[in-house]
Write a protein that binds this ligand. Structure first.
Ligand SMILES: [Mg+2]
Ligand SMILES: [Zn+2]
Length: 178
């Protein structure tokens, strides 16, 4: 029996580093922000369709003392200059040993995003480049899609329920073909 197709998600959320922009570890310099090819197109299509978009990002460089919040905000402002405005941002400033509810793979930022958008977690899609992203989506009850980069670990690709070769493909898995 064919599996019932799931309804399109009602918001599409993204990881930042390695997903929307090339990963520059602990980046504090807006000048180093480089969008992933295709990201701007995917986002403008979603905005044209009236689909809310957001970014959920772990920024442990803050907890590690390598970055401060104003530097993260400046980098995020540059991301919006290059890719357009997002409906929401969720930033985890904590480190891996802080036991916070927000650092992915914990589901806190997805829960918060759902609440802010007035949607159920099941109505959210979340696209990221590592296992912690899709694990956070799964833990929240949202639909995660992995878009691997050359540095994504093979076991994380194997463990992901949905894997796509590009952001456009990932959005098509969540929203149906364009
Ligand atoms: Mg990432
Ligand atoms: Zn946190």
């Amino acid at each position: 029996m064919e599996q019932q197709p799931k309804p399109p998600v009602r918001a599409v959320l993204f990881d930042r580093d390695g997903t929307l922009v090339f990963d520059v570890p602990y980046n504090s310099d807006p000048e180093l922000v480089r969008p992933i090819p295709g990201a701007a197109d995917v986002l403008s299509r979603l905005r044209a369709e009236g689909v809310p978009t957001g970014v959920l990002t772990n920024q442990s460089g803050i907890a590690r003392g390598l970055l401060d919040r104003s530097q993260v905000d400046a980098v995020n402002a540059r991301v919006e200059e290059l890719l357009g405005p997002f409906d929401l941002w969720e930033i985890c400033p904590h480190g891996p040993d802080d036991g916070c509810p927000c650092r992915k793979p914990a589901p806190g930022m997805l829960h918060s995003a759902a609440e802010r958008l007035g949607l159920a977690p099941e109505e959210l899609g979340f696209i990221g480049d590592i296992g912690a992203d899709v694990d956070a989506a799964r833990a929240a009850g949202a639909r995660g899609v992995l878009v691997p980069t050359p540095v994504t670990r093979a076991e994380e690709v194997e463990a992901a329920e949905l894997v796509a070769g590009s952001l456009a493909e990932a959005v098509a898995l969540l929203r149906g073909p364009a």
